[in-house]
Design a protein around this ligand. Structure first.
Ligand code: NAD
Length: 399
């Protein structure tokens, strides 16, 4: 059995910073405290950014009612879209700049919250959104920002990222100035997610946490968060998919998502998200689903170099590892994750999404070029990535 204290952290030989929102409010019915949170931020003119999702209409109406009864007059912008395009972000930026809003509230999944971040920053940063794509290019903090997730996956409510689709590519605005001031997490709001969305978004949370554990930038702090997120997802994801109204399971997954966001925001992601962000947009496979498909293969890829870290994952998933070598325990982690992916109905081969085997070389080249990960414990060469993608195409797992 490996203990956290036995792990060698390359990150401890450098200076590291941990970033997070100033307030994280968590709990069933916490949405009812939104007006109080806005007053605390000295806001009075809120802009709500969301999408016209039929299952969220009553949630948005309730929030508007709560704010109105506190004397505010919120404006609802419901033109957000899943995996938002840069053009949508530019339109929203113009809208936000013209509205003299002093607080932006993002209600929805990662896509709506990521657009809310754009609205908030645009109030004080006048250039086109496109100019802020990249790391640390946003000069000033924007309006106050509250993010309220309605999926349990991305952890965007606590991160410094806004992910936008630019043509067929995914690109980030990455800046401490877009970290929400308040993350308000009410697991009740995730109860309307159907099983497939629950599974895909849950896999996003799990893969963020697992990739952070595999990262050379992981710290003891990010590991505490990531391993707890893994434990929660192992315990609650099946139950949340089987019965969406199980609020204990929804709470477990909501917490898993927030913890995974806190973890990866500083500990960083590795090959899984590079792959997902390459093949997902190529076939319009949702972000969470893409992460789930890639996850077991990525663990398999890292097993030879960080078996002790994979064995920590097995223990977090509450699997018995006594008497096993670290390598055997690492394999157990891969099998346990694979079983979870299968149990929640996620296919495990790229063939099933209509890819041809010949496309793997080009995808590998794009993945290695566009999504390099200096913090990956194995170098992501074209060839290494192609080998992983070919296994994924065939559905050939595992160690
Ligand atoms: P999403 O926001 O893209 O929404 C997916 C679908 O779920 C939409 O059709 C939406 O209408 C629906 N939906 C949302 N909440 C619902 C509910 N409660 N009930 C029923 N339907 C609901 O989904 P997501 O997976 O949360 O976000 C994915 C996006 O987030 C991607 O663009 C991804 O790249 C990005 N992302 C951002 C970060 C970050 O740190 N900013 C991290 C990971 C991923």
């Amino acid at each position: 059995m490996v203990r956290l204290a036995d792990i060698a952290y390359p990150s401890l030989r450098q200076i590291t910073a941990f970033l997070s929102p100033r307030r994280i409010v968590f709990g069933i019915d916490s949405r009812k405290d939104l007006a109080k949170e806005i007053r605390r931020l000295e806001g009075s003119r809120p802009l709500i950014v969301t999408y016209a999702e039929p299952k969220l209409i009553s949630t948005v109406e309730e929030i508007v009612k709560i704010l109105r009864s506190d004397g505010m007059d919120p404006i609802v912008y419901d033109q957000a879209e899943p995996e938002p395009r840069i053009e949508v972000a530019e339109n929203l930026a113009t809208y936000a700049r013209n509205g003299s809003f002093d607080v932006v509230i993002g209600i929805g999944g990662g896509s709506a919250m990521d657009l809310a971040k754009i609205a908030s920053m645009s109030v004080t940063n006048p250039k086109p959104v496109r100019d802020y794509l990249g790391v640390d290019l946003v000069p000033k903090k924007g309006s106050s920002l509250v993010c309220i997730p309605t999926t349990a996956g991305t952890g965007s409510e606590v991160t410094m990222f806004s992910v936008l689709s630019v043509g067929k590519k995914k690109m980030d605005v990455a800046s401490p100035h877009i970290i929400p001031d308040v993350a308000l997490i009410d697991p009740f709001l995730t109860a309307t997610m159907p099983p497939q969305l629950t599974a895909g978004t849950g896999m996003d949370a799990l893969s963020q946490a697992i990739e952070t554990v595999t990262s050379l930038a992981a710290t003891p702090l990010t590991d505490c968060l990531a391993l707890t997120a893994i434990q929660l997802a192992a315990k609650w994801l099946r139950a949340a998919c089987a019965d969406g109204s199980n609020l204990e399971a929804r709470s477990g997954m909501a917490l898993a998502a927030t913890l995974s966001g806190l973890a990866f925001g500083s500990g960083k992601l590795t090959l899984g998200h590079s792959l997902a962000q390459t093949f997902g947009p190529a076939r319009k496979i949702s972000h969470g689903l893409s992460c789930g498909i890639a996850l077991p293969y990525v663990m398999d890829f890292y097993l030879p170099v960080i078996p002790e870290r994979l064995s920590l994952i097995a223990e977090a998933m509450m699997v018995e590892t006594r008497g096993l070598s670290v390598s055997e325990a690492g394999k157990v982690a891969i099998h346990t994750v694979t079983k979870l992916v299968e149990d929640v109905g996620i296919p495990l081969s790229l063939k099933e999404f209509g890819f041809a085997k010949g496309e793997m070389s080009e995808l590998a080249e794009i993945c290695a070029r566009e999504w390099p990960r200096p913090n990956s414990p194995r170098e992501l060469t074209d060839q290494a990535v192609r080998e992983v993608l070919e296994k994924m195409w065939e559905g050939r797992i595992l160690a």
